[in-house]
Design a protein around this ligand. Sequence first.
Ligand code: EPU
Length: 332
Amino acid sequence: MKVYSDYSLLDHNTFGMNVKAKKYVEYEHVEELKRLLPTLEGKVLHIGGGSNLLFKGDFDGTVLHSGIKGICVKSQDEKHVLVSVGSGEVWDDFVAWTVNQGFGGVENLSLIPGEVGASAVQNIGAYGVEAKDVIVEVKAVDLQSGEERVFQNAECDYAYRQSIFKKELKGKYAITEVTFCLAKQPALKLEYGNITSVLEGKTELTVADVRGAIIDIRNAKLPDPKVQGNAGSFFMNPVVSREKFLSLQKDYPNMPFYEVEDGVKIPAGWMIDQCGWKGRALGRAAVHDKQALVLVNLGGASSDEILTLCDTVCRDVKERFGVEIHPEVNFI
Ligand code: EPU
């Protein structure tokens, strides 16, 4: 176990905010976490890779981080394999492992920053795949009682970028292990965006080819947090009613959209782009010049600068399209 006081969180948030935690604790085993819990005083914040957070200031409490590692095949038949992964594994290391084994299911989620525990909280998603499609169960520890609980997929209330761990059970559990069901004869998902054009000319495609294409697409569009602080998509894509969509479509016939169960999803990045924000800065915070859904720290931005940019962008989108967009990033 690693325990630090008055600890800089600079390396634990991809936005690059130089804030401090009163205490920072990284545990490596479930038993260690259970022993630790009764000793904690004050506020507790459990973080993963810090790729979806914006710290508004120092954290006057304990920041907990899972260092639980391990990728373990639990069972298999001729078609599927169940793999349990420690919550502290880096998400993309796990994806790389699955691809090396030739297992399918998470290759479209290549290069998403963050850790395995957070993938189950956030229901991370990209290029037509969401974590919920492959999660079987999530093991967690109740931060109050220290009791272990296993959540089956259906109990996690998964929806677009949502789960029970972000709603009713927010801040109540530490995820320790996630079990995924992967395919031994992968059915590749190539429909989203320009995956097929990136792979053009290749035959007998494998999961490794898809991973390569996704990595190329992401690298071309999304800023590297090591170079420019950011938290990936800053906003969620809003879902509007069919009526609202049809009236918008009259004015913007080229507007991209996706039909979903409860309405029509409009890409927030497209709306922000249409408002002329792509590549524009307010102080040291800016809208990324290749993907308007991403806000970036141009260097030394304060959280206030990021929040002002966020509010201004939301206001402009609301004024122009009559649609409210909401941050995906958690403000702490
Ligand atoms: N678009 C623009 N201008 C922009 C950005 C997007 O016109 O500046 C248009 C694109 O041309 C496209 C549509 O909007 O027609 C959708 O864009 P894109 O495919 O890039 O996806 P997105 O909806 O903007 C979502 C996820 C991303 C994920 C991509 C690919 C959310 C909040 N974001 O973005 O996730 O990589 O789809 O699946 O759902 C993340 O969560 O951090 C993230 C990067």
